[in-house]
Design a protein. Sequence first.
Length: 382
Amino acid sequence: MVGFRRLVSIAGRWGGAVRWHVTGTAGAAPPKRALMRLTLLSASGGALLGLGYSAYTHYDINNTQLALRTARGAPPSQPDYDKLNIVPTKTIVGSLNVPMELVLFQYQTCPFCCKVRAFLDYNGFSYKVVEVDAVLRQSIKWSKYKKVPILLVKTEKGYKQLNDSTVIISILSTYLLGKNQDLGEVIDCYPSVSYVDDDGKNKDEILNKYFLMYQNLPADRVLAKLSDERRWRKWTDDTFVHMLSPNVYRTVDEALQAFNWFANVGEWRQHFPAWEVSLMVNVGAYAMWLIGNRLKKKHNLKDDVRLSLYDECNQWTRELKRNGSPYMGGESPDLSDLAVYGVLSSIEGCDAFKDTMDHTKIGIWYYRMKNHVDSRKGTVAA
Ligand SMILES: N[C@@H](CCC(=O)N[C@@H](CS)C(=O)NCC(=O)O)C(=O)O
């Protein structure tokens, strides 16, 4: 669920074309030692953030260092994480043994947060959850980044704040690929680049956010799989997720039903004052119905928005069939399976979800995924 306070601006931002330039401090020192051979694997560069970067098929070390300089040129000021008064609303216990403590700041039914939880649960991470109130957003007041999910990670070296679902998943996946890695060094592989968008606004973006970092170049067969995985992760963020709002908020009644479900699964009545819950449900539903209509046009959904949702689900299941395996990742889910599953799970209590299960074949894969995620099938033994 997207906090409605900012919805109009978010709607305006999503999918917008951007003009960009690299900013940074010239001559800043390159990283003392390369954590890894930063192999940004062969990419469909044109797809990368839609920045018109189609000429790139391979990123090399020089390119990456340019970006690293950018990130190091102007280090953002950090809040004093130790002084934050973090009051978790839930604790999830998995059996993955990693030397870090995680706190996820989230909205329970935000598709991006669901995507992160699907990843964390599947891999057996233990983590605390802070349910953020969508109106006042008190619990993330300390953060300059104002969206959820935010993952705060505490290691023996201190705190790291990870923003953006895709970034969180790529960083933790890269972390899991290596043994005894330093999280800070993994994070350094995902530098932020500043650019100015078409509206003249300053933006920060992590250009390689769909890439995992390997210490050794994987075999060609694996490279091809990784490229597919990135493509479908990106499709989830750029296309699939945009099917949700116009469908869930198709009518005022459906929007109200959705918000009541959000209130239940997010346990809003336990965590937030009654006035705020009532505001979120009633005003939120109405606002989202209006915005859902705008998003329908913006993302060129069909008149009957359900048909667009079914089309995208069918595209996914067709590809699974073509793959000839239960998951896009083969015999076990990969990050694209987790992304699509996570996003779709965010509307599980809505009519749109039920209709999708009735009118498409995605349910077979979906419930297989649910079983895997809920039983933490991806947990790697210590
Ligand atoms: N690209 C981000 C998008 C996150 C996002 O848009 N989150 C929404 C909630 S679904 C948000 O926090 N919006 C700001 C607000 O609610 O004020 C990600 O993948 O994490």
